[in-house]
Design a protein around this ligand. Structure first.
Ligand SMILES: [Zn+2]
Length: 343
């Protein structure tokens, strides 16, 4: 059995799935609570199902009791509590062809929805309100951006973007956009606007529920941002995923940098790539200086060595909060293929 105590004592925030715990919430927390300062639990999974009794999203009934018991206990024990929700990575919603995000060649992604959907921002906002009605401290929002630079070419995105670059919607191609520097810049900014708008809905919902609940500390919304060498580190991520760190800072004030999401290994200390990675994380100093909070996140940390490696990297980059999951998302291989695939 995993030696959870070791991880908790290193102040790692582990984002649990109920099935990781292998015992009841009460038994687990009474064993480990004294070692924890903060802890995480999944709220809405990548398959779109919640494990809490949602009135908005489909519910996985098996764990609703677990969820409520867990949250009540972490609140009573004064452990900082994080709950996760997948946002555009929603396999249930993405079954509806109206919402699927699309490649330039019209291939739909059945696991991820287009970030240009105000109805979906409202849906996300409802989830935030539901989660925020529990005594939790933070919501970690996965899948807050586009799959890659080539997204999204769904009908709505074409119709909206094509006129901005003097093209007919059905004749808009990725090549047409990237062959012209101004068009490409417009593409990036237009997509960043969508990402920010989506996060804005979530933040507003958090503020509404703060007022309702009379929270002393505001419910924090933390946006996952992906970062790896293949997509050009933090600079490249602005163009690939549609992030604008400064505006995210103004909107939610908090990010969790998902390091090397598609690779089982981080670059080794002393390598050229390692140095590039550290350098690319310097933007977090400015982010924090402007009042934002920054965490490093990694999927699938299951040994202390893996954690120590992440912590050493964080120390060099000046980031000291770490969140991880022990396992990978259930749809990891589909997501990975979509993110690194050729279209
Ligand atoms: Zn779209």
């Amino acid at each position: 059995m995993t030696n959870w105590r070791e991880f908790f004592m290193k102040k790692l925030n582990i984002l649990f799935k109920p099935e990781d715990v292998e015992m009841g919430a009460k038994e687990f927390l009474s064993t480990y609570a004294s070692y924890c300062t903060e802890i995480g639990l999944v709220g809405k999974r990548p398959n779109g199902y919640t494990i809490y009794p949602s009135r908005t999203a489909p519910v996985e009934d098996t764990f609703t009791g677990f969820f409520e018991e867990w949250i009540n206990l972490t609140d009573a024990l004064d452990i900082k509590t994080v709950v996760s929700m997948d946002f555009y990575t929603d396999g249930w919603f993405a079954k509806d062809p109206k919402y699927q995000t699309m490649t330039p060649k019209g291939k739909t992604m059945a696991h991820q929805i287009c970030p240009n959907r105000e109805e979906y921002w409202q849906y996300g906002a409802e989830i935030v309100k539901e989660l925020g009605s529990y005594p939790i401290d933070e919501i970690l929002v996965f899948g807050s951006g586009f799959i890659r630079e080539k997204f999204c070419f769904c009908e709505r995105c074409r119709n909206e973007f094509a006129p901005l670059v003097g093209q007919e919607p059905d004749r808009l191609t990725f090549e047409y956009i990237i062959e012209n520097d101004d068009y490409r810049k417009k593409w990036h900014e237009w997509r960043q606007d969508k990402v920010i708008s989506g996060l804005g809905y979530l933040k507003e919902a958090a503020q509404d529920v703060d007022a309702q609940m009379g929270r002393e500390e505001p419910l924090r919304i933390t946006a996952e941002v992906l970062l790896d060498a293949e997509t050009g580190f933090s600079e490249g991520a602005k163009a690939e995923y549609g992030y604008d760190y400064q505006r995210i800072n103004q909107t939610t004030g908090s990010i969790a940098i998902n390091l090397y999401p598609w690779s089982p290994l981080l670059p080794s200390k002393g390598s050229k790539e390692y140095n590039e990675l550290i350098e690319s994380l310097y933007f977090t100093n400015e982010f924090k200086r402007r009042g934002g909070s920054v965490s490093l996140f990694r999927w699938g940390i299951s040994t202390i060595d893996q954690f120590d490696e992440l912590a050493a990297l964080g120390k060099e980059a000046g980031v000291t909060r770490f969140i991880s999951t022990f396992s990978y998302p259930t749809d990891y291989s589909i997501r990975r293929e979509a993110a690194i695939g050729n279209y």
